[in-house]
Design a protein around this ligand. Structure first.
Ligand code: COI
Length: 333
């Protein structure tokens, strides 16, 4: 363990982790938080346990029938050593003294990366842990939170390369596309793996009814920039109402952009100035090129778009405590 630098106002220790090479991979941490709820009962009082494997019946609802939901949020280490959470209330996390104590215990402060090295990704997970054979809600649900220090999801602010998927769809009207159910992520893996094998970073999905309107990328929302107008698919059940999406809309409006939440036709990609993706894990990722029906369109010569860069700086400045939080979005732990 290395002691923190002397200039920090909040002293902290760091776990023995290679902070310079964090990717978006699981790094085991000290604790996880678990609570359970049996049929007809309330949740038990949660408790901290050492991070590790959990025991499940082979008939657990989550394993057999995909009964699982998750969320994601990030904690950043500020230069003074304190730890900042970005809009936790938007993820239904009320930061009271108990929560503060738990988060500190989770991390023992040791696994939140030093400033500029990444963040602590916090993953709340709700799953049907009770045994079922028939197709029915599980008789027991487990809520747990684990954490992992992370770096960039893609390549940070380096532009990514997307391919528009014309056959496989991520979500359908009346389905679960608008909530973070685990099945939404399983269903994109095949298309995503095939796209990666062809050298693309990820897949951009279209709506399954008209096969014409943008939906989202496997792990993030999408925005299209044309002049002073920034457009993004409207949230209508098949699009995740991401907190980063919502925050970018508010930041862009505060900077004088006109933001339109509407149906965005795939053809609009052809003459857009810039495209970028947003998400908790992704943050903001500029898109360097998009390939649609074998036609490749590049944005800003494959470089980082000025609007993407401007919004990225504004968002990450707030998240890392580098700029004044006029929106009141940051909660210090
Ligand atoms: C997030 O952005 O937090 C997500 O849940 C996406 C996931 C694929 C990492």
């Amino acid at each position: 363990m290395a002691e923190s630098e002397n200039f920090c106002m909040v002293p902290y220790e760091l776990a023995d982790i290679d902070w310079d090479n964090l990717g978006f991979a699981i790094t085991p941490t000290d604790y996880m938080y678990i609570m359970k709820c049996s049929e007809g009962q309330s949740f038990t009082k949660g408790e901290l346990q050492r991070f590790g494997n959990i025991e499940l019946s082979p008939a657990a609802g989550v394993l057999n029938y995909g009964q699982g939901l998750f969320e994601g949020l990030k904690a950043y280490r500020k230069h003074d050593g304190s730890i900042l959470l970005f809009r936790p209330e938007e993820k239904c996390i009320a930061v009271d003294d108990g929560c503060r104590a738990n988060v500190h215990a989770f991390t023992n402060n040791r696994t939140v990366p030093p400033p500029g090295k990444g963040s602590l990704y916090i993953r709340p997970l709700l799953m049907g842990s009770g045994a079922v054979l028939n197709l029915t809600p599980a008789p027991e649900y487990t809520f747990l939170i684990y954490v992992s220090p992370v770096g960039n999801f893609f390549q940070g602010i380096a532009p990514i390369h997307l391919v528009v998927e014309t056959e496989v769809h991520r979500a359908m009207p009346g389905g679960t596309g608008g909530v973070k159910t685990i099945g939404n992520y399983a269903s994109v893996l095949k298309a995503q793996t095939l796209a990666k094998a062809k050298g693309f970073t990820d897949v951009l999905y279209l709506d399954c009814v008209n096969k014409k309107y943008l939906e989202e990328v496997s792990s993030s929302n999408v925005f299209v920039v044309k002049g002073n107008i920034i457009s993004t698919p409207a949230v209508k059940g098949t699009i995740l109402p991401g907190v980063t999406r919502k925050s970018i809309i508010e930041i862009a409006q505060s900077q004088g952009f006109q933001v339109e939440e509407r149906l965005v036709a795939v053809e609009e990609l052809l003459n857009a100035d810039e495209v970028f993706c947003t998400g908790t894990a992704v943050v903001i990722s500029p898109v360097g090129s998009i390939t649609y029906r074998d036609e490749r369109v590049s944005y800003r010569n494959g470089g980082i778009g000025v609007v993407s860069q401007q919004l990225y700086s504004a968002l990450t400045g707030l998240q890392m405590g580098l700029t004044e939080d006029k929106m009141d979005w940051i909660v210090e732990l």
